[in-house]
Design a protein around this ligand. Structure first.
Ligand code: XIL
Length: 353
């Protein structure tokens, strides 16, 4: 389709339902093609076990994405089952797969209050010991990928979900015992990551900070002061786990992205999914399509926004039903790997500028 026609169709696309989205999106035959047109990255979390065993899953990943992120395989609890021992077999498998298919990889996540090793739970380590453990972990893991696959893991989520709902650093994270104050580990983690790989982009990643609200205000102040103090932080990840009962106010998301980008930060949408109840109505599926469309279109029209990643792509394999029972329809391929209306929504959103 010629460029002029494409532009003519934009108002139609915005004004009408998914039928019009369909027509607009026909000019690109995959998400990665659409993202390439817009100079963006598009991808999903993937699992090593499925890349090893499920040819349909593999063919969709190869066709649709130019970036992937291991769902759990890089998390501390996965890579270090015993203190001082590391096993990167599963994460290596994913990074190697990405390399062979010319995709980038997001690394997630180095300091989090969840998914860390059992041995860390079991012993009552002092703050100093925990500091040593965290810094060694970051040096080992980031160093491993920088050495084995230079440049491939282009982003690390260094700190994940550090701010609690009250806008303060979470005291429940094990890392809060480091230093005098609960957030003292945050700059240390970024510095250790930069030292281990001077070339990858270092991100702060969180949920519930998409709009301008008290939590995003707190994260904004945190990152502003870290940057002012010379802490190496390059970007912010908006997870964007959304429920159909609490749709995002996109004007507010846009304003929020603008203020973070003015701090000199890059932006990525890192874990998009849109919760719908099982067996959703056509109306809800179209609402979901619109939400995928709007988020991708916002990323494409925001210069600082580099990437749109969802947390999974098929309802056959999603974390949602385990954590939110009854809401198993959050993604854009159904359980049989057939595209849902949300696929067309995402595709057309990626093409908009
Ligand atoms: C989730 C995984 O999908 C689950 O398999 C695991 O049990 C827990 O973590 N925010 C994040 C992701 O940053 O790492 C989480 O992934 C989902 C919420």
């Amino acid at each position: 389709m010629c460029r002029f026609l494409k532009w003519l169709m934009i108002p139609l696309t915005l004004g009408l339902g998914t039928g019009a989205l369909d027509a607009f999106a026909k000019s690109a035959s995959s998400l990665s093609q659409a993202a390439m047109v817009s100079h963006r990255l598009v991808g999903s979390e993937v699992e090593a076990k499925l890349l090893r065993s499920d040819p349909t899953y593999v063919s969709i990943v190869r066709r649709e994405f130019n970036v992937v992120v291991p769902q759990n395989e890089m998390k501390f609890g996965w890579v270090s089952r015993k203190r001082g021992e590391y096993d990167f077999t599963d994460a290596d498998f994913i990074v190697d797969f990405a390399q062979k298919n010319r995709m980038k990889v997001r690394g997630t996540t180095l300091a989090w209050h969840r998914n860390y090793p059992r041995w860390l739970w079991d012993t009552n380590f002092s703050g100093d010991e925990l500091k040593k453990i965290l810094l060694e972990h970051i040096a080992t893991e980031v160093g491993h990928f920088a050495f084995k696959f230079p440049g491939r893991v282009f982003v690390w989520d260094v700190v994940n979900e550090a701010i609690g709902p009250n806008g303060k650093p979470r005291p429940e994270t094990i890392w809060s015992k480091i230093g005098q104050n609960p957030g003292d580990y945050i700059p240390l983690a970024f510095q250790a990551a930069r030292k281990a790989d001077p070339t990858s982009e270092l991100f702060y990643n969180d949920y519930g900070i998409e709009e301008v609200n008290s939590k995003s205000d707190a994260v904004y102040e945190l990152l502003k002061s870290l940057k002012a103090g010379g802490v190496p932080i390059d970007g912010i990840g908006f997870q964007m786990h959304i429920g159909f009962r609490e749709p995002l106010q996109m004007d507010s998301v846009r304003k929020n992205m603008e203020r973070f980008s003015k701090l000199g930060l890059k932006i990525q949408i890192t874990e998009f999914d849109y919760l719908l109840p099982n067996n959703p109505s056509q109306e809800l599926l179209e609402r979901q399509a619109r939400a995928y469309h709007d988020a991708a279109a916002l990323c494409v029209s925001t210069p600082a926004c580099e990437a749109f990643l969802s947390w999974g792509f098929t309802d056959a394999h999603s974390w949602i039903p385990d954590f939110f029972p009854g809401y198993g329809s959050a993604l854009y391929f159904d359980e049989k790997y057939q595209p849902k209306p949300a696929y067309q929504g995402l595709l057309s959103g990626l093409l908009l500028r």
